[in-house]
Design a protein around this ligand. Structure first.
Ligand code: PLP
Length: 283
């Protein structure tokens, strides 16, 4: 796998960074995951915009222009054997001595980009849906930053793995926030409900696309606070992310969602999503 580190292209397993890198010591960095279909990065501009927002939020100067990022990503994509890929990129603040929480005056960010084969959702996951558990949101109050410091997300996802389910759905103060690595939508009485973007959640590139598609196809939707009870009473619950696209959640904890099968609004949205992908790949 050809990867990029600090200006050099080389096989991923040969790359090394300093143990004093603040990404390693403090989780002081941000990242993006970009799906690539037919060697075309999907929603690249949106991902690069969110990267800029994350960098600005942690006072890290963007090391590259939009154009340079696009060039580097395209070069990484071109170097792989697969048509469909997942590009991972991260920028950490870089290596600095001595170890000190406060920001170093002089430091060069560490930039890593690599791509792997895309693990698309299995047809069975689309047709039958997936299951989830719920948990209180134990993360910090700046979840809008796509930070590499993911310890809480790691523990929350492991809860799902231990329970044999696909995701952990997070609630804070009785309200739906998101999943441990996905956004969550609800369908109630034919209306798609989405939690309002805030510092408590990461607004997914897929989240935005789902709302765009709802708008485009005149599906009723509303961005509003969603209570835990509304989720448990919902006709449909969906999970979205760049790698999972959109999947129906058919069971939450011990309770079926609706009739325990992916619902009609999900099936319509999934169809629009696949059509949208085909349309952009043709252009
Ligand atoms: N929320 C969290 C916490 C995530 O980690 C992710 C992505 O992995 C998402 C939401 C979905 O974001 P996107 O649709 O941009 O992949």
């Amino acid at each position: 796998l050809t990867a990029f580190l600090n200006g050099q292209f080389a096989p991923l397993d040969t790359l090394q960074v300093s143990v004093m890198d603040r990404g390693f010591l403090f989780g002081d960095g941000v990242y993006e995951v970009i799906p690539v279909y037919n060697r075309q990065p999907f929603r690249l501009e949106e991902h690069l915009q969110r990267l800029e927002n994350s960098l600005a939020a942690i006072a890290l100067v963007n090391p590259y222009s939009r154009g340079r990022w696009a060039e580097l990503i395209h070069a990484i994509v071109a170097a792989q054997d697969f048509e469909d890929q997942s590009v991972y990129l991260q920028v950490t603040r870089g290596a600095a001595w001595p170890r000190n929480h406060a920001l170093p005056a002089q430091v060069t960010p560490t930039v890593l980009i690599y791509a792997d084969e895309l693990a698309a959702p299995l047809p069975a996951m689309v047709e039958q849906g997936v299951t989830a558990i719920s948990a209180g949101d134990i993360r910090w109050l700046r979840c809008n930053i796509k930070a590499t410091a993911l310890l809480a997300n790691v523990l929350l996802r492991q809860m799902a793995v231990d329970a044999g389910v696909a995701e952990t759905v997070l609630f804070r103060d009785g309200l739906l926030i998101e999943g441990s690595s996905s956004n969550i939508f609800v369908v109630s009485q034919g209306e798609i409900l989405a939690p309002p973007p805030s510092h408590l959640m990461l607004t997914g590139i897929t989240y935005d696309l789902i709302l765009e598609l709802a708008q485009q196809h005149a599906l009723p939707y509303r961005v509003c606070e969603i209570t835990e009870q509304q989720v448990r009473d919902a006709d449909e619950v969906w999970l979205t992310s760049s790698s999972k696209e959109v999947l129906a959640l058919v069971q939450l904890d011990d309770q079926l969602v609706g009739d325990g099968k992916p619902g009609p609004v999900f099936r319509e949205m999934h169809r629009h999503y696949q059509q949208f992908k085909r349309d952009v790949m043709r252009n």
